[in-house]
Structure formats: structure tokens, C-alpha cells
Design a protein. Sequence first.
Length: 153
Amino acid sequence: MKTFSVLCAVPMLLVVFSSSLLAHCEVPCGIYDDQRRFEDMLEDQETIAKGIGKIREMAGSSDPQSVNQTVRWINTKEAHATNIQHTISQYFMTQRIKADKEGYAKKLAAAHAVMVAAMKCKQSAEAAPAEVLKEKIYDFYRAYEGKEPQIDK
């Protein structure tokens, strides 16, 4: 019986701790790579845009494979939009954007605009919201770094 309890506990612990392993640590560890976060958000945006294209391609198809693939693309689009929202909230807003630093309000407004644009991507199957999201990520970069983007995805 004891072995069974241990075998059940291990997967449960993995589930609990795996979600915290995906986010950047909040120790704080002092290891930050802002550039990488922007690149990751742009990669997520690119995936969202591709997903929207695939969803639109399969629209109207009712065969089981098309329905399955459409659902998978919707789920992928949602997950990548959520990734962007988590990057903004868990990395930038809780760790990197400081209230006592210059440009706080501008950075906060630009970060919020990215989160809203990501939300709109979840709500739509049109290409325009994905393009707006890309623009908002670049706008946030400008507000955050104080210079033109050094990123391109």
C-alpha cells in the first residue's frame, strides 16, 4: 500500500512543480534575458498568425480530420496568446518594470496593450488582431528599451 501511495504522489508532485518550472523564477535569481523574452513573444505571435491562417483554410470543412486539425490550431493559438500574457505579467510586470524607475507609466501602458492584443487574438480568427499584436510587442520594446527594436521574427 505504501508503494502505491508513493507511485501516486510522484506524478502529482511533477504536475504541481512543472507549472512553476515553466515560468521564469521569482526568487529573484537575477538572471534576466529581456531580449530573449521579446524574441519568444514574437515567435508566439508568429504561431498565432499561422494558426489563424490554418483555421481560415479549414473553415467549412466538416470531415473529421479537418475538424480535429481546426481544434488543434485553435488550442495552439490560445496557448501561444496565453504564453505572451504570462511573459508580460510574470516576467516583465512582476520582475522587470519597476515603479520607481523612469518611464514606468509608459512601460506599463505598453505592456497592458500587449496583453489586450493577445486576448483579442484568442477572440478572433481574423488576421488583423495577430498583426496588431506584433505591432504592440514592438511598441512595448520601444517603451521598455527606449530604442528601436533589435529583434525580428
